[in-house]
Design a protein around this ligand. Sequence first.
Ligand code: NI
Length: 139
Amino acid sequence: MLPEFKFHHIGVAVKDIDSTAAIYVEGGYSRSSAVFDPEQNVTVCWLTRDGYPTVELIAPGDDRSPVSKTLEKVGVSPYHCCYTVDDIDAAVAKLRKQKYVALGKPVKAVALHGSRVCFLFNKNVGLIELVEAPAVIIE
Ligand code: NI
């Protein structure tokens, strides 16, 4: 972790966006449209509610999607926390020195208006995602 991290969202792996989103909407959340991100091979939907952490629902594009294994192993479940940083390349470089493994290079995310994201794994932290500011979610 880095002191400059700002919390952005919790990512939840789901089998079906609409089935899960409906439950949150009943509980007072607003949902965005669902958008397919070809870079990650996933469909994403945002759930927001004043005073609550933003939740990202992530459904697999197909069997080779990064969330397919999570769904097979543990079913629907939270699987990453995401933090905003001002300079994603600098943050990734710092985290590598803290024994985080980057799962790829930073790539543009459709559901964040093209802000770049990068996933990193550390055995004592688990999976985190970084998103470069401004990190504005789609509606
Ligand atoms: Ni995410």
